[in-house]
Design a protein around this ligand. Structure first.
Ligand code: SAH
Length: 244
């Protein structure tokens, strides 16, 4: 079942009530995997109360210290944010995002849906770890939903997309052409950064922007493992002896 492979990741949720609300929202739509990254108060009686019947999801929720850890075995990572950030991700709306999550989770692939903290939303650094950005369409003058409400909306779209009467689903690519895991992408970015550093390409104030643009380019391309191997070999030609 596709739904079992979809994990919901809440990054730094501040209010335990929202964690409970998210669990309840998920359970109504058949989602079961909740991961909390640096939750401010958890476990908590308030979260249990707001879960009202979905406490089992809270009991088996994983608590982790970093988003990177939560998604390292995923190829597809959707970051939910109301705000479009410059030159970062191709934007998908909630429906398109849900459709793609279902398509790629059908083959047993783990995929992730990531939500940010209530006050500040997802930090740019965390959004950079995602492969796509999802926006829930809203009135442009007031675009920020409550965290629990945002989880409910996405969970609902995912549930609809998972039903057999949903529009025909696209074929999933075979294993040779599947996008690389996020951990493989991380190794590649680290190697690329070391090589550019070594050759003096990253000096000056545009350093971070340059790295972000390059990450964005490769994220959009979604290279598979074989292609990453090729890129590593090219980097090794530029700076020999860097055993990444
Ligand atoms: N004040 C924050 C919003 C935080 S709401 C901001 O301006 O970004 C908490 C989380 O709910 C967000 O991090 C995001 O993951 C999700 N969310 C809220 N509204 C959303 C929307 N319109 N589209 C996508 N995600 C949304």
């Amino acid at each position: 079942m596709a739904l079992e492979n979809i994990r919901v990741v809440l990054v730094e949720p501040a209010h335990p009530g929202n964690i409970g609300a998210a669990a309840r929202a998920m359970k109504t739509m058949g989602l079961t995997q909740l991961i909390l990254v640096r939750a401010v108060h958890f476990p908590s009686a308030e979260a249990d109360q707001r879960a009202s019947g979905a406490e089992d999801l809270l009991e088996k929720a994983q608590s982790l210290e970093s988003l990177r850890e939560a998604i390292s075995d995923c190829r597809l990572v959707m970051g939910c944010s109301a705000r479009a950030r410059s030159f970062r991700h191709t934007l998908l709306n909630a429906r398109e995002g849900a459709q793609q999550l279902i398509e790629e989770s059908q083959n047993g692939e783990s995929v992730a849906l990531v939500f940010g903290p209530e006050r500040s939303g997802l930090a740019n650094a965390d959004l950079d770890l995602c492969t796509h950005q999802v926006q829930i369409p809203t009135d442009p003058s007031f675009s920020s939903l409550n965290l629990g409400a945002a989880v409910q909306l996405l969970a609902y779209e995912i549930f609809l997309a998972s039903r057999p009467d949903a529009p025909e689903l696209k074929a999933v690519p075979n294993s040779a052409t599947r996008p690389a895991l996020q951990i493989e992408m991380d190794h590649f970015y680290a190697h690329l950064e070391r090589v550019l550093e070594e050759r003096g390409f990253l000096e000056g104030e545009l350093r971070e922007v340059t790295l972000t643009k390059l990450r964005r380019l490769f994220t959009r391309a979604r290279p598979h493992s074989g292609e990453l191997k090729l890129l590593h070999s090219i980097l090794k030609l530029i700076v020999p002896g860097d055993g990444h």
